[in-house]
Design a protein around this ligand. Sequence first.
Ligand code: DHB
Ligand code: FE
Length: 298
Amino acid sequence: MAQLVGAITTSHVPAIGKAIARDLQQEAYWKPFFDSFPPVHSWLQQARPDVAVVIYNDHGLNFFLDKMPTFSVGAAPSYSGADEGWGLPVGLPFPGNEDLSWHLVNSLVADEFDITTCQEMLVDHALTLPMKLLWPKAEQQGAWPVTIVPVCLNTVLFPLPTPARCYKLGQAIGRAIASWQSDKRVVVVGTGGLSHQLDGERAGFINKQFDQQFMQSLANDPLWATQYSIPELVEQVGTQGIELLMWLTARATLSGVGGGGARELHSSYHIPISNTAAGVMLFEPAAQPVVQEEALAA
Ligand code: DHB
Ligand code: FE
């Protein structure tokens, strides 16, 4: 059986792509953010994942407002970025893992998640930039070290899936990975957030206190965020800060598989990048759930 080796969560602000393209990682503005990744790089070297399941939200590149699936899964041989208007270079395409894609599609539908299956899928900055952050040398070397399965959650057009639903989706993804007949090692990546609002009266809104409570909850009480409705969460973290649902989903992949839970290995928080509070977390599976409810919720 495949092994779920861990889950990584990160922000995905387009300006990160400009900083990488211009080699600004050591400049004062960017250093605190880029300095939060070497511990994750060391862990990746030792964890040696073969496949990354990347949970992210599209911002209008692959899905526009005319057709908006709540949950979608890529099942393509390869995934490319494209010009989104941010002025970012389009990088090396990502090789898909079609075997895991179809297993995940079958497993999620059997688990009563009515997902959209995408045999063609453009991937935007929410997938491409975290890949560059996690494997910064891959493009120079001419190959990504992992194949990928994109899982896309709608956070753009209301109504949005509730935090509780996203948690259950994460658990179902975790079960699917654990039941994949393969010797591959799988890492889950969740991208978005933390608090930010790009438009309207509250443009520039950031909520450090809530972000930090949310990050702590992922380590100590992963069901905590499921108490909130979408409007309550938007109030706390901003319209686009709702992207933290991707972190919740990614963390939930480690909840309940074999009755287990997750141990936090790394956590970092920095304000701001562009308009966004940026964070990075890394979790490894743990034999014991952090709270009893975590196992019960599986
Ligand atoms: C910004 C943040 C995002 O999450 C995004 O998708 C686009 C822009 C920003 O802070 O600039
Ligand atoms: Fe975003």
